[in-house]
Structures are given as structure tokens and as C-alpha cells.
Write a protein that binds this ligand. Structure first.
Ligand code: PEP
Ligand code: MG
Length: 908
């Protein structure tokens, strides 16, 4: 017979902590605590399988459930020495939900179940406290009628007309009549009168009477928990947190203990260490003479648990340590035992009933990135955990938190965002909004903090983007220009924020009817994609020497290397600081954007609009020193480490100047008319440039472009080597779909190679020749491509674009819908689609290595810094991942965790 109900209490339990899937987090941990001999009010857990059954069978329970519940109640009765529904000595229970992972506040709780007109008398006799009993009864009626009789029954009340609000109104009426300010002012007689009013109100509003049968109350509560699994709030929470619908919730029925039985009773919540800082101090809040809901609801201000954690706001309040020192000591002992047992920081709930301590809940506590780091390192030092566990204790996203200033979470909790977009660049930023890159630069010069707000950005905006604290765009996806650039710099950025209505001409931004003018303040949370009006406070990610220690540990446990995508010596230096082991992608074209780009950009433009090879070669000769200077500077910074330099990739027309002034200047320098220039520019126009004349195709039609770049790379290399440096260039050809393209370019590179060797009188220069794999055909024909390529670097931005057929710059319009409708689990430009694009990668590696067993393989698409994608890269056997400088530590951690996970799987 299937076991649907698991009991706990009296120093033992049928379940244990490892059974979260079946018993839910709360049930499994209650069982574990009971097994540890920690005082837990006896109870039982109805499994998540019942929830699944309930929804599979038209909301019906398995037939054996009733009998199993009956037997379990009898067990609880024996342990607690009271009987459910007994008029003399009644047992009361709470009914709570408990899913596998916690869903705070999403599902329902009913307390004091079992109080009826019959049992009230017995409880009064037992507690000798009439007021307390009637207060418990009015709470039961309020909670039960709201949760079970209204919500779970599917009754949609109008705003402000719900039964709970109406009952609260009745209570307020009595308080007003009697001139009371607090609920606690109500006397036993008042409460007696109130419960009668409540009952008739329930009858009047809901059309049924309040159940006076304890078992009916209990089954009502159980049903409400299962119903609430499919409530609107719970469903949307699951979407956000990626919790599968199939998990279901368990139900915990537990005997009631009361924190509101007078001055020797209390209730509280605590963390075994400080969840915000990680400090090893018992940290929490408590309330004397109160029930759990009073702490959570924030009706009364709770007091600090102990003297050591008092702060400015609560220093005048009595700590539990002082007020009930014996109980506090007992609680502190439990805290230490629990931490030892779970070997982690826990979040606990407790109740003190007339001096006796009861534990109601414990679970591994949520924490900030800083706290996670500090706790992992402390627990390692205390030998509570081993190195591998310490490495697993920080999620890569929490690490991200440590690298950037963030919006103060408490300020965020008090503020409603005005809009939501895609979280493209991490951290937080606030500033005065400006609408053009020029304004951003000018305002920043005067010392103002600005946010650049654009419909979308393009290479001409780069200076403004650099000057701004953060970037906000109305269009674009996670690999749009703004997102790529911002992430590269570790700059806060939100893209694809479709609620923005931007009027650049009048410098006005309208969001949901509200106007924001140039100079108004906005705040961005680039980690979540939230936009706020005004200036929210920031928290600086404090320099932490432990971060360095932790990262050392991380490196010890990873096998895959981590490189960076960097195009300037500054970025390269930054990435080295973050631990990069080489450059996996140097995008040559980036030297034509931003600071100091005027002169080389002008030469490039001349080359682009050249009409003959001769004209082009002349422009290339002018361009050559700039290209060489840039490549050489970065190669020098990376002394001793490999650098993959990609040949020019983007469609040329992207660089044709749009401003009339620039066009005139260019025409005159070429000695042609403006008309002629316009004609040439028009000829370069492409309908679909992403699949047009770009990448290797440029080198095929204009071999002189490839030659110039090969010369710049090889000359820089040999000059630095002759200075005594160790330089390892890797020449990478982009957008290749067939091996013949690669062969064609190789001839050009080898010709230049011979010339350079001769010029510098050397026999050889060490370099590698390889390709990006970013077109599905290249992945499929990787076996052939590897005959020429010595390395592969997966360009998963384009591979995703071409694998899905989704234009990477236009996904803002439909991918969010795909995710919302669960057609896609996530934006595939952000999180690698392992099933499809991953399969192409895997095939490519296997076929490539069949031809060339020592083929070096890496990834340089944006996924190279995304943790779940890094895990995939490790599993398919890549040698390295490459990502923007700020993501290097994240990728290092993700790579170490991937390795630890794989080792664990192999062992088991
Ligand atoms: C890619 O396509 O993944 C890539 C790294 O190149 P880019 O983003 O420059 O096209
Ligand atoms: Mg690409």
C-alpha cells in the first residue's frame, strides 16, 4: 500500500531531511529535527504525491488517505496527551503547505483547527484563559473563512469585499465603540461577542455556516492547501523561480503550540548566522505574547534576539537573551546542533509556550552573495565543510553581486518598478537621464551621473555609453549592441524595455503615461531588469580579501580554462585582474569605435568606399599602422598567454558615416563628389546584413583586407618576441561555413607569413590558424574543417541566431512571448539551448576531434560567461570558455562547479 502520510514527534519521525521531494522542505526538515531529539510539536505530513494524484483525478484523494490520516492523528494524540475534537482535553492543529523548495507567502496556512463550540470549553478549562481561547477562535474564523471557504472554494470577491476584510471591519467597529487602540485591548467578553458577529457575517457573505465539526475543519484546511498550489500567486511564483508544476505541495498538520498565552510565551524567527553579512552571530527577531503571523505581518515591531545584534532602531527593546535567558540558551544550543548537523546556515522559527521552547521550522537560509562567501570560508575554516562544498556554496550569480555596486535591496523592496526589461548588464546605477550619446558625454564632463536612454544603440553611441552610469534601451535582446558593449564593460544595462516611449526630439520619456524629462533621475537594476523612478540608494560591493581566497579555491577545483573577450589593452588588463587565462576573442573591428578611433575609422571608411583594388590597397596601407598598434598593445599586455585575434567580421556598411558632415569630409579626402560617395554607400547597403557580406566573405572578395590584418598580427608578434616576450597569437576566421573558405584564407596568411619571416630574418613565427564555428553547416562539416583549422571557437551568438533562424537584433518582439508561453524555457541568446544548439556544438567537437585529436576547442559567444552554459561546455569537453572581463570570475566558479558535479556523478 502506498504510504501517503508520514508522522513525526516524540523524538522520532518516519521521514528525514533527504525526502524533500516527497515531504516538501518543511515536512522533511520537521522530521529531521524530530529525529535529532529537538522539541517539535508532533504532527504528520501528507506527501506531494497526494497533490499530484489530486490534480490527476479531478481533485479527488487516493482512497487510503482518510484511513492513514486517522491513524496519524491518533499518534499525535498519544504524543501530545490530548484528543482532536475532545470536549474535555482538545488537541488543536495547524495546517500548512510545504513544497520542495520554499515559496514564501505563496500558499495558505490555517491555525487553530479543531476549535468548535464543544472544544472551546475544554480548552478554557485546560488553559484557564478564556480570553486566549476566544482570541484563538476569532483568528480561526478569520483565517479559515478567508483561505478555505472563500479562496479555495474559488469565490472571487470584489476588491475590499473579501470575507477577511469584512471581518476585520467588524473587529474594528467593536474597537472603535469601546475606544480601544490595540487588538490586545479586547476582553474575553468582547471576543465572545465578536465571534458570534463573525459567524453570522460568514453565513451572510458566503451563504454557509462556519463548520463546527473538527474533522470537517481539518479536511477543509488540507483541501485548501492543495487548491492553493494552483492559485494565481503560486503559479506566477513558480514561473519566476522555475519551479515545475509537477512537484506539487505537501501538507503539514501539526499540533498547535501557542506563543500568545501571556508574558512567558513568545514567538520568533531567526537565522543561525547573519544572512546579509554572513557574520557568525545568532540573528533574529522575537515578540512576546504573540502568534507567528504577528511577526510576519509586521503588525508589531519585533525585538532583537540578543544583545550582540542590536541596532540603532531596536537597541531600546528587550532581547530574548535578557528577557528569557534560560530559553534563549536552550535555543542557542539548538542553533549550534542544527548547524553542525546540516553544516549550513539555517533559517528557523520557534514558539515559546509558557516557558517551553518548540521548534516549528528549519531550512537552509537564503543569503546575499557577501554572506554566502563569508559563510563558506568560515565554515571551511571551522572544518564544518570541505573545499569542494565551499566552492559549491556560492552561486555564480551571487558572485556577480560581489563584483558590482548594487541597488540597496531594502530600498528596492519599498519601491515599485516603473518598467521591466531584459537584464543585460549587471549591478545597479542611478543617474539623470539623457537621450543622446553626445549629451551623455557632455553632462558627464561636468561631473553629472547620467543614464543614457535610447531606442537602441549603435557603434556611434559608444562614447556616450562609456560616459553613462547605465544604459537603458527600448529595443534589442541580450546580444544587441547595447547589451554586448555594456556587459563587456561590466556596466549596468537594461535592454528591450518595451514600456518605454522615447521622444528623442523633445527629450521626453513616457512610461505608462508618466513623463520623465531630460535630467530626471531614474535607477536601474541591471541584474533584474527593473527600472525605478528617482534615485534609489546603492550598496558598494566591499573589497573582500576573502573573495581572493575563495577564487584560489575555485581555481584549484576546475579543469577548464577561462579566457576573456577583450579588444583593448585596458579590457585585457581588467580581465587579467579577474583571472583570465588568455583572450578568446579579440574583435578587431572594435578599434573603430569610441575613444581615439577617429583616425583609424577614417582610413577604414576610405577603404570601404574605395572602388578599385588600388584605391583599397592605398587606404589599407594608411590603416595598417593603426591596426598593428592596437593588436600589438593588447598582445603585449597578454604576455605569456594565448590571444585569439579574429579577422574583421561585421558588414562594411555599418561603418559608412551617416552624418552629412562626415560624408563631405570623406568624399573630399578621396577626391570624389558627395554624389559619388552616396552612390558607393548605397551600393554597400544590404537587406539582411547579418547574413550578408561579412566575416570570411570580406576576405574572399577583398583578399588584401585579410593580408593587411595577417601582417599586423605577425609583425606585432615577432617584434614582441624579439623584445623577449612570449606571444601566442591565434588567427581566427569568422563566419566560415565551408573548409574551402578557410583554405582560401590560409593561402593569403601563409604568403604574408613568409614575407614577414623574411623581413625580420627569422625562420619561423609560432601562431595558430583556426576558425569560429558559428554557422550550423560549419558544425556539421567540422570533420573537414578540422583538416585546416587547428582550433575551433564556438560563436554561439551567431550559431543561436542561425540555428534558430532568430535575428539576434530583433528578438525583443517575440522571444519574451515564447518564454512566457513556455515554448522556450529561456532566451536562447542568454542561456545556451543545450538541446538544439548544444547538439550542434557536440557534433562539431566530436567530428572535429576525430580528424584532429588535439583540436583546441573553446567558446566565445556570450554564453561563455553564463553558468549553466559553462557547465555544458565542460561536459562536452571544451578546453576553455571566453567571456567579458567582468564575467571571468563567474565563469571560473561555474567551471569549478561543473567539474565537481561531474566528479560526483562519476563516483556514484
Ligand atoms: C558569436 O557569434 O558568438 C560571436 C562571438 O561573434 P559576434 O558576436 O561578434 O558575431
Ligand atoms: Mg559571430
Amino acid at each position: 500500500m502506498t504510504k501517503y502520510v508520514y508522522s513525526f514527534g516524540g523524538g522520532k519521525a518516519e521521514g528525514k531531511a533527504g525526502m524533500k521531494g516527497l515531504l516538501g522542505g518543511k515536512g522533511a526538515n520537521l522530521a529531521e529535527m524530530a529525529n535529532l531529539g529537538i522539541p517539535v510539536p508532533a504532527g504528520f505530513t501528507i506527501t506531494t504525491e497526494v497533490c499530484t494524484h489530486f490534480y490527476k483525478h479531478g481533485r479527488k484523494y487516493p482512497v487510503q488517505l482518510e484511513q492513514q490520516v486517522k491513524l496519524s492523528i491518533a499518534k499525535v494524540e498519544r504524543i501530545m496527551g490530548a484528543k482532536f475534537g475532545d470536549p474535555e482535553n482538545p488537541l488543536l492543529v495547524s495546517v500548512r503547505s510545504g513544497a520542495r523548495s520554499s515559496m514564501p507567502g505563496m500558499m495558505e496556512t490555517v491555525l487553530n483547527v479543531g476549535l468548535t463550540s464543544k472544544t472551546i470549553k475544554g480548552l478554557i478549562k485546560k488553559t484557564k484563559n478564556e480570553r486566549f481561547v476566544y482570541d484563538a477562535y476569532r483568528r480561526l474564523i478569520m483565517m479559515y473563512s478567508d483561505v478555505v471557504m472563500e479562496k479555495a472554494a474559488g469565490i472571487e470577491s470584489k476588491e475590499g469585499k473579501g470575507i477577511r476584510v469584512q471581518l476585520e471591519h467588524e473587529m474594528q467597529k467593536i474597537k472603535n465603540e469601546k475606544g480601544y487602540s490595540q487588538d490586545t485591548d479586547l476582553t474575553a467578553d468582547d471576543l465572545k461577542e465578536l465571534v458570534e458577529i463573525f459567524k453570522s457575517k460568514v453565513q451572510e457573505v458566503l451563504g454557509v455556516s462556519f463548520p463546527d465539526d473538527p474533522l470537517k475543519q481539518l479536511w477543509g484546511g488540507i483541501g485548501a492547501v492543495f487548491q492553493s498550489w494552483n492559485g494565481k500567486r503560486a503559479i506566477s511564483y513558480r514561473r519566476i523561480e522555475n519551479i515545475p508544476d509537477e512537484w506539487g505541495t505537501a501538507v503539514n498538520v501539526q499540533s498547535m503550540v501557542f506563543g500568545n498565552m501571556g508574558e512567558t510565551s513568545a514567538t520568533g524567527v531567526a537565522f543561525t548566522r547573519n544572512p546579509a553579512t554572513g557574520e557568525n552571530k545568532f540573528y533574529g527577531e522575537w515578540l512576546v505574547n504573540a502568534q507567528g503571523e504577528d511577526v510576519v505581518a509586521g503588525i508589531r515591531t519585533p525585538a532583537p534576539l540578543n544583545e550582540a545584534t542590536k541596532n540603532e532602531q531596536n537597541k531600546h527593546m528587550a532581547s530574548l537573551e535578557r528577557a528569557m535567558s534560560k530559553t534563549y540558551k536552550e535555543l542557542d544550543k539548538i542553533r549550534i546542533n542544527l548547524e553542525k548537523h546540516y553544516r549550513d546556515m539555517l533559517d528557523i522559527e520557534f514558539t515559546i509556550q509558557e516557558g517551553r521552547l518548540w521548534m516549528l521550522q528549519c531550512r537552509v537560509g537564503k543569503r546575499t552573495g557577501t554572506a554566502a562567501l563569508n559563510m563558506a570560508m568560515d565554515m571551511l575554516k571551522q572544518k564544518m565543510i570541505v573545499e569542494k562544498e565551499a566552492v559549491m556554496r556560492l552561486s555564480p550569480n551571487q558572485l556577480d553581486e560581489l563584483l558590482h555596486p548594487i541597488v540597496d535591496p531594502s530600498a528596492e523592496a519599498r519601491t515599485v518598478p516603473i518598467a521591466k526589461g531584459l537584464p543585460a548588464g549587471p549591478g545597479g546605477a542611478y543617474g539623470q537621464i539623457v537621450f543622446t550619446a553626445n549629451d551623455a558625454v557632455e553632462w558627464a564632463k561636468t561631473g553629472k551621473k547620467v543614464l543614457l536612454v535610447r531606442e537602441e544603440t549603435n557603434p556611434e553611441d559608444v562614447e556616450g555609453m562609456r560616459a553613462a552610469q547605465g544604459i537603458l534601451t527600448g529595443r534589442g535582446g541580450m546580444t544587441s549592441h547595447a547589451a554586448l558593449v555594456a556587459r563587456g564593460w561590466g556596466k549596468c544595462c537594461i535592454v528591450g524595455c518595451s514600456a518605454l516611449n522615447i521622444n528623442v526630439r523633445n527629450k521626453i520619456l513616457i512610461v505608462n503615461g508618466q513623463e520623465y524629462r531630460e535630467g530626471d533621475f531614474l535607477t536601474l537594476n541591471g541584474t533584474k531588469g527593473y527600472v525605478y523612478a528617482g534615485q534609489l540608494s546603492m550598496m558598494s560591493a566591499a573589497e573582500n580579501p576573502r573573495f581572493v581566497q575563495f577564487m584560489k579555491l575555485v581555481d584549484k577545483h576546475r579543469t577548464m580554462k577561462v579566457r576573456t573577450n577583450a579588444d583593448t589593452p585596458e579590457d585585457a588588463r581588467k580581465a587579467l585582474e579577474f583571472g583570465a587565462q588568455g583572450i578568446g576573442l579579440f574583435r578587431t573591428e572594435h578599434m573603430f569605435y569610441g575613444r581615439n578611433s577617429e583616425a583609424p575609422l577614417f582610413c577604414l571608411r576610405k577603404m570601404i568606399v574605395s572602388n578599385t583594388e588600388e584605391e583599397r590597397r592605398m587606404a589599407l596601407d594608411e590603416l595598417f599602422p593603426f591596426v598593428k598598434r592596437d593588436i600589438k598593445a593588447t598582445l603585449e599586455v597578454m604576455n605569456g598567454l594565448p590571444v585569439t585575434i579574429r579577422l574583421l567580421d561585421p558588414p562594411l556598411h555599418e561603418f559608412v558615416p551617416q552624418e552629412p558632415g562626415k560624408r563631405v569630409e570623406l568624399a573630399s579626402s578621396l577626391g570624389i563628389s558627395l554624389d559619388e560617395l552616396e552612390k558607393r554607400a548605397l551600393a554597400l547597403h544590404e537587406t539582411n546584413p547579418m547574413m550578408g557580406h561579412r566575416g570570411v566573405r570580406l576576405g574572399v572578395t577583398y583578399p588584401e583586407i585579410t593580408e593587411m590584418q595577417a601582417r599586423a598580427i605577425l609583425e606585432s608578434t615577432i617584434e614582441l618576441i624579439l623584445e623577449g616576450k612570449k606571444i601566442f597569437p591565434e588567427i581566427m576566421v569568422p563566419v566560415v561555413s565551408a573548409v574551402k573558405e578557410l583554405d582560401h584564407q590560409k593561402v593569403l596568411v601563409e604568403k604574408v607569413y613568409k614575407e614577414v619571416c623574411a623581413k625580420y630574418c627569422v625562420k619561423s613565427i609560432k601562431y595558430m590558424y583556426g576558425t569560429m564555428i558559428e554557422i550550423p553547416r560549419a558544425a556539421l562539416t567540422a570533420g573537414k574543417i578540422a583538416e585546416t583549422a587547428e582550433f575551433f571557437s564556438y560563436g554561439t551568438n551567431d550559431l543561436t541566431q542561425m540555428g534558430f533562424g532568430f535575428s539576434r537584433d530583433d528578438i525583443g518582439g517575440f522571444v519574451p512571448d515564447y518564454v512566457e508561453k513556455k515554448i522556450l524555457p529561456a532566451d536562447p541568446f542568454n542561456i545556451l539551448d543545450q538541446e538544439g544548439i548544444g547538439e550542434l556544438i557536440d557534433i562539431g567537437i566530436k567530428r572535429g576531434r576525430k580528424t584532429r585529436p588535439n583540436l583546441k576547442v573553446g567558446i566565445c559567444g556570450e554564453h561563455g560567461g553564463e553558468p549553466s552554459s559553462v557547465d555544458f561546455c565542460h561536459r562536452v569537453g571544451m578546453d576553455y570558455v571566453s567571456c567579458s572581463p567582468y564575467r571571468v570570475p563567474i565563469a571560473r566558479l561555474a567551471a569549478a562547479q561543473a567539474n565537481i558535479r561531474c566528479q560526483k556523478i562519476k563516483k556514484s
